[in-house]
Ligand binder design. Structure first.
Ligand code: MN
Length: 303
């Protein structure tokens, strides 16, 4: 494959959605023009937002299939509870990786009702066919590789980069990195040319491949690049994701990732019938979520 460092970044505007109680989220993936980056098939940037006392982030028990949820916490604390019995507070600098496979359910709630700040990114990773129905699992990562490079504070979240390897176990070739600049910086980051990449500025402003990006716009970079130019003039934070392009986009509906509409219909019926497939989440202060009706729904891309 011919490689180059001449990137042609594509600007993809995130959609602002409301999770609950007026809490805004920038949803960068899926995008009409870009369903996936590698196997990354969903990307939500939450906050940074300040909650008043008595408010907070509350997502009641809900199911997943066919994916891994990847939560990167930058500010605040959230308690994860799942149907395998895991209860885990996630704090800044930590990752929760939940594998849904055949089926799991979980709830996410602010740890304290005292209010405070929340800043996080949640991504979904589509599982490849061979492990789509694997047994569910949950792993908390309190320690990830953290290092300085060209004046940047870097955390390696997933994959291999700059001589480091992340302990986070995924099922396809993927990369995720967090970058913090404290002022003017410049670096040329080596890339794997068989990966496509996306960069989401989370705070401040950064020049990516020669173009200026701010929060709310995903920068997409196609395969074939051997490096990426990153520059800042001020304090900033951004996240880079990458991976080998998938052959076929997965189907996404509600909290499900699947190969066929039938798999999604079955999962919806199983959740509504309170089937043991999804187990039970204990201890969440939030109500169990209802699946939306699938009546008349034809999911685009059904194979
Ligand atoms: Mn979830």
């Amino acid at each position: 494959m011919p490689t180059t460092n001449q990137a042609q970044p594509q600007r993809l505007a995130a959609r602002i959605t409301q999770l609950n109680e007026g809490f805004g989220i920038a949803r960068a993936l899926p995008h009409l023009q870009r369903h996936t980056i590698g196997a990354w098939c969903f990307m939500d940037h939450l906050g940074p937002a300040d909650f008043a006392a008595g408010q907070g982030l509350h997502v009641g028990p809900h199911p997943h299939i066919g994916l891994q949820t990847f939560t990167w916490m930058m500010e605040g604390e959230i308690t994860h509870r799942d149907s395998l019995g895991f209860v885990q507070v996630i704090r800044p600098g930590e990752v929760n990786l939940m594998t849904a496979g055949h089926g799991i359910s979980h709830a996410e709630d602010s740890t304290s009702e005292a209010g405070g700040r929340v800043h996080a990114v949640q991504l979904w990773i589509a599982l490849p066919d061979a492990v789509h129905d694997m047994a569910p699992a949950f792993v908390h990562h309190a320690k990830l590789p953290v290092f300085k490079h060209d004046g940047l504070d870097i955390t390696l979240l997933v994959g291999d980069a700059l001589g480091a390897t992340s302990p986070v176990q995924v099922h396809s070739p993927l990369l995720a990195m967090d970058f913090i600049s404290h002022g003017p910086t410049q670096t040329e980051l080596p890339l794997q040319p068989d990966h496509e990449h996306g960069v989401m500025v989370l705070e401040g402003q950064a020049d990516i491949a020669g173009e200026t990006f701010s929060p709310g716009i995903l920068c997409y970079l196609p395969t074939g690049l051997s490096s990426l130019s990153l520059r800042t003039t001020q304090a900033a934070r951004w996240m880079l994701i990458g991976g080998q392009p998938v052959d076929q986009s997965p189907l996404l509906w509600w909290n499900f990732v699947a190969r066929t509409q039938g798999e999604i219909e079955t999962a919806t019926q199983d959740w509504t019938a309170q089937s043991p497939r999804f187990g039970e989440v204990h201890g969440s202060p939030s109500a169990r979520l209802k699946a939306p009706s699938m009546q008349g729904v034809r999911i685009k891309g059904d194979r």
